[in-house]
Design a protein around this ligand. Structure first.
Ligand SMILES: NC(=O)C1=CN([C@@H]2O[C@H](COP(=O)(O)OP(=O)(O)OC[C@H]3O[C@@H](n4cnc5c(N)ncnc54)[C@H](OP(=O)(O)O)[C@@H]3O)[C@@H](O)[C@H]2O)C=CC1
Ligand SMILES: O=C(CO)COP(=O)(O)O
Length: 318
């Protein structure tokens, strides 16, 4: 049995996709009300209303029901991952974090957060270019499964692959996590550029220089270049910086247009930008786009000043 902890858009989509293959899947929501409603309506009205549940998909708000799982997918926003891990009884079930970001308080990514309290439990991360709505209706999607232990990784890869969900694996958890975290920061930047009406050329420049920033950060922290240029890095960067289905991109659009944005929407890149800026300062690393995104979010700069500053940086080699 596979347990999916977190019944937001991504957890629900993964549960549906896996359940369609006939696997025994239990989807956990933290609220009784949501679990009951999903059981009754056989869909997730709040987060994924257009994707009906396969008959076999079970839903619960009782964590005991997922304790027998042989694999646990943790699909909650990164800043809440630590709290969710703490709710689970320790054991030997592999924990697969399905979230993207860097924790503000610790500067850690998903597998680092898990390892803090579950050093002996297998920790993996599932990341890459994929909108929940696409996964849920069976559109073809390719993702990265990153786990330091390649034997465990190969087993998870085969367990979680479906006819429409193709998983590639890597032992480079640092690269996969940094790619997934930082692409959201760059998506906010690209959204802001488009929201401010600066045009497609400016977005292409932001995306490309954003990727250069990701590579610079990655090389300092030991990410493999091929991971950053793979699905979890470049692949997800391209998707998220160019589609209005992305919440990070839409948040950026709202910044560029100086419009309000629903604070209940999950926007992983906002906290990640702050966390990354702190890490970069400590490491004496130049991260102009991350710095600009943080300043825009905090209201410490506006688009015209931010662009002028980026355009007037000292000239250098590409
Ligand atoms: N949506 C997508 O297309 C994709 C999302 N992801 C990643 O998946 C992760 C989850 O995002 P997503 O599912 O989209 O987010 P959603 O906003 O759709 O859902 C968030 C879920 O997390 C739950 N949650 C929030 N806070 C807590 C908490 N403190 N304890 C337990 N559960 C909590 C929410 O429960 P409640 O409803 O009760 O508040 C809800 O079920 C993110 O890191 C995101 O980057 C990755 C790929 C695609
Ligand atoms: O991570 C995603 C696509 O791969 C989803 O992006 P958003 O969180 O910006 O919606």
């Amino acid at each position: 049995m596979i347990g999916v902890v977190g019944a937001g858009a991504f957890g629900t989509a993964l549960a549906i996709a896996l359940s369609k293959t006939g696997k025994d899947i239990v989807l956990w929501a933290r609220s009784d009300r949501q679990a009951h409603e999903m059981a009754e309506l056989r869909c997730n009205r709040v987060y994924l209303p257009d994707a009906p549940f396969p008959d076999g998909l079970r839903v619960t708000s009782d964590l005991n029901e997922v304790t027998a799982a042989t694999t646990l997918l943790l699909a909650v926003p990164l800043q809440h991952l630590r709290g969710v891990v703490d709710l689970l009884s320790p054991g030997d079930t592999p924990l697969v974090a399905c979230c993207k970001g860097i924790e503000l308080a610790s500067g850690k990514g998903p597998t680092g957060i898990i390892a803090d309290t579950r050093r002996d439990q297998t920790a993996a991360v599932l990341t890459g270019p994929s909108f929940a709505a696409d996964i849920a209706i069976g559109r073809p999607t390719a993702l990265t499964l990153a786990c330091a232990d390649d034997t465990a990784s190969a087993s998870l890869q085969s367990t979680l692959t479906t006819p429409s969900l193709r998983l590639y694996r890597t032992t480079d958890t640092i690269g996969a996590e940094l790619g997934g975290a930082l692409k959201n920061v760059m998506a906010i930047a690209c959204g802001a550029v488009m929201g401010a009406g600066l045009g497609d050329s400016a977005r292409a420049a932001t995306l490309t220089r954003g990727f250069a920033e990701m590579q610079r950060i990655g090389s300092v922290f030991g990410a493999r270049p091929e991971t950053l240029s793979g699905l979890s890095g470049l692949g997800d960067l391209v998707l998220t910086c160019t589609s209005e289905l992305s919440r990070n991109y839409r948040f950026g659009l709202s910044l560029g247009r100086r419009e309000a944005f629903d604070p209940k929407t999950t926007v992983e890149g906002a906290a990640t930008a702050k966390a990354m800026l702190q890490i970069a300062r400590d490491a004496n690393l130049d991260v102009p786009i991350t710095k600009t995104v943080t300043a825009l979010i905090d209201g410490d700069t506006q688009i015209p000043e931010a662009i002028a500053e980026l355009m007037q940086r000292p000239l250098k080699e590409e």
